[in-house]
Design a protein around this ligand. Structure first.
Ligand code: C2E
Ligand code: MG
Ligand code: MG
Ligand code: MG
Length: 283
């Protein structure tokens, strides 16, 4: 018995696991250096109103341009940034850049709203509201032009504190969106409790529209739910015209996806704003 336990203990340190720990540590170090060297870029993906075909806002999405020039996806570093707490300074950098850029672009479209993702760890930060208000003040961006995207998971973790923070943010005039709706806990409880402006339907339910009947049913229900709750509804990951037409028939207010544009660097987004007409107008 003791022998067996001993054996199991040794197995905790297999060479493969050791390599994983080393990799993690080196990634963590690289992330720290990247923050100091300002290697994080903010890309923007337009959100388009289905009614007018015009850009009404954009989602800020971080990329890491490493010293060798490679562009690294947030999926490859946000989880570790979250675990190590580095997401706090990283999130601040993203928010600061997004607010500064958006303030400039208000000259092209005064109603533009920028959406910034908040991770669960950031969300639990004691001075989150003050940090955000300071960044808004310093950039000159009106609070109503900022939307924060949170997930159900972030709220679940400490519901009372999360609700209090969300209400404070809302009271300060900042918009709130529930991100990736349908993939998390999808508890109707959150829809009732959270002071939301926007519901974002996860790409998983958009991908197989309009042919997959289950996806079609779910998308239909989520959109009518959002309408009944007087929320804006954004479909994520729209890649083709058939999906667009299906969503337009259901009066889904806004669309985000590769059909219009992938996330692009700031100057390229400014060009999209100049062009100002992305969607074919409704028939
Ligand atoms: P998300 O917030 O749900 O962002 C939407 C993701 O869907 C983005 O991936 C976007 O590029 C991708 N996408 C948009 N349209 C399409 C489409 O038509 N087809 C496909 N296949 N994909 C599409 P991205 O930029 O790789 O970001 C992934 C996730 O990383 C984000 O998911 C978000 O959870 C997280 N993330 C990105 N930037 C930040 C950030 O600044 N802070 C935090 N906390 N998380 C971030
Ligand atoms: Mg998002
Ligand atoms: Mg999303
Ligand atoms: Mg997503």
């Amino acid at each position: 018995r003791a022998k067996e336990e001993g054996k199991n203990k040794y197995q905790l340190f297999t060479p493969a696991m050791n390599a994983k720990v080393v990799h993690r540590l080196s990634l963590e170090n690289s992330l720290r250096k990247a923050l100091e060297r300002d290697e994080f870029l903010v890309y923007y993906q337009p959100k388009v109103a289905t009614g007018t075909g015009r850009i009404v806002g954009m989602e800020a999405l971080v990329r890491w341009q490493s010293s060798d020039g490679r562009l690294i996806s947030p999926l490859d570093f946000i989880p570790l940034a979250e675990e190590t707490g580095l997401i706090i300074p990283l999130g601040e950098q993203v928010l600061r850049k997004a607010c500064r850029d958006t303030k400039q672009w208000l000259a092209k479209n005064k109603d533009l709203v920028v959406s910034v993702n908040l991770s669960p760890r950031q969300f639990m930060q004691e001075n989150l509201l003050q940090t955000i208000m300071d960044i808004l003040q310093e950039s000159g961006l009106p609070p109503a032009q900022l939307e924060l995207e949170v997930t159900e998971g972030a709220v679940m973790f400490n519901e009372q504190a999360a609700l209090a923070t969300l209400h404070e943010l809302k009271e300060a005039g900042i918009r709130l969106a529930l991100d990736d709706f349908g993939t998390g806990y999808s508890s109707l409880h959150f829809l009732r409790k959270l002071p939301l402006n926007t519901l974002k339907i996860d790409r998983a339910f958009i991908m197989e529209l309009p042919t997959d009947p289950n996806s079609a049913a779910i998308a239909t229900i989520i959109i009518s739910l959002a309408q009944a709750l007087h929320l804006e509804v954004v479909a994520e990951g729209v890649e083709n015209i058939a999906q667009l037409e299906f969503l337009r028939r259901l009066d889904c207010t806004e669309i985000q996806g590769y059909l219009f544009s992938p996330p692009v660097p700031g100057p390229a987004f400014a060009e999209l704003l100049n062009a100002n007409q992305l969607l074919p107008l409704p028939k």
